[in-house]
Design a protein around this ligand. Sequence first.
Ligand code: 5RP
Length: 262
Amino acid sequence: MSGDLSPIDKAKFVAAKRSVDYVEDGMRVGLGTGSTAAWMVRCLGELVREEGLKIKGVPTSTRTAELAREVGIEVVSLDEARWLDVTIDGADEFDGNLNLIKGGGGALLQEKIVATASDQMIVIADVGKEVETLGNFPLPVEVIPFGWQTTKSLIEEMLVSMDVLGRDATLRMNGERPFVTDEGNYILDLHLGRIGNANQMAMVLNQMPGVVENGLFIDICDVVILGYGDGRVETRDINEGTVQEDRLDFVESDNLFTDLGD
Ligand SMILES: O=C(CO)[C@H](O)[C@H](O)COP(=O)(O)O
């Protein structure tokens, strides 16, 4: 079965597999959205079903909620859980300070609320997500549908005044219609190229009327687990200042991958 996976999927899988080591019995766990997070949800489900791990999962999207239930994880709302031990999620980009762009899957609002309500946020990513400066990936901004074209013009004017390289905002589509988030909002993708001051950009965007949230996650992520297509895994902890490397090996078995340890 491992032969069917592309190197990028293998990289996502090993990062996800390593991340569930952070989850202990009794924890309340934020469950991210996207293809990497989906691997993590499947790995957690396996631990729940086969090893009796007891956790409560708070999903960041309806998609993740469906998958979590399907694999046997008890799903609760954030209001029921109130505060979480850990959130594990993917990212579209991360930099050397573990600041992120998220929202490629359109779930940035719930993802940011859930991550911020967690003792620890762990990002799982394939090696292609690492950048020197954020901004090559279009920055998702969730806006309310009312007056979205005015909001778009205001954002573009703001980008000109901030002297940002790219200034185009495009409405995310789902076929012929605007993409609608779980909260009933639209997404504007900002094609910036490079975000010099991500903190300032995040604050300015969130002050604009009509903007609900932006996809910049500044000082939220604690750990990035980076997967490679050959099974290597690198764990970077920004608080501890540590980098650990190890390896998961691919085997043709039910479990797909075996932990070889150090
Ligand atoms: O932010 C997200 C969803 O809103 C995802 O975490 C991000 O888009 C990464 O997705 P993938 O793991 O599929 O590459």
